[in-house]
Design a protein around this ligand. Structure first.
Ligand SMILES: Nc1ncnc2c1ncn2[C@@H]1O[C@H](COP(=O)(O)OP(=O)(O)OP(=O)(O)O)[C@@H](O)[C@H]1O
Ligand SMILES: [Mg+2]
Length: 141
């Protein structure tokens, strides 16, 4: 089995950080490249384009520094890694991006930044597992 390209769904949560660590150690063993994808969800009911771009700017302000740190430490560790921000629905974008770009594996965490504590697995993780044709690894907290 080839494991050239690994996609990590990263929302900044502790669970997604653990997923990233897993993906990195896999890549170190299998010499895969890692793509760290953060999907920024747009508001469903926005009154104006200004509001939409405000949400995007706000999100990017928080995500870009995290991505930068991830990319820098990967570089030091000699791991091939790139980061990416896409706007849209997380489930849809993670699944489509993985399939359209020939990824061998998607790595995600069980929990994210949102979510009810009583749920064992978040809705994004659940749906990615259910609908992705690309194999999915779900890393437990
Ligand atoms: N916006 C996102 N972009 C990229 N990956 C994501 C995003 N949201 C979630 N993920 C991935 O999915 C995993 C599970 O998160 P999920 O969103 O399912 O849980 P939750 O936030 O606790 O619950 P919910 O979103 O259903 O309220 C995360 O650890 C991360 O790997
Ligand atoms: Mg979530």
């Amino acid at each position: 089995m080839e494991m050239n390209k690994i996609l990590v769904g990263f929302d900044g949560s502790p669970s997604s950080k653990k997923a990233l660590e897993h993906a990195k150690s896999l890549s170190a063993k299998l010499n895969s490249s890692v793509t760290v994808l953060t999907v920024v969800r747009l508001p469903d009911f926005s009154s104006s384009m200004d509001e939409v771009s405000e949400v995007m700017d706000e999100a990017e302000k928080r995500i870009v520094p995290m991505h930068k740190e991830i990319a820098e430490s990967a570089q030091k560790e000699g791991i091939k890694l790139q980061t990416l921000i896409i706007h849209g629905h997380p489930v849809e974008k993670i699944i489509d991006y993985a399939q359209e770009n020939g990824f061998d594996l998607i790595v995600i965490g069980t929990r994210g930044v949102g979510g009810f504590k009583k749920l064992v697995i978040g809705s994004v993780a659940q749906k990615v597992v259910s609908y992705s044709k690309v194999p999915v690894m779900v890393v437990k907290e």
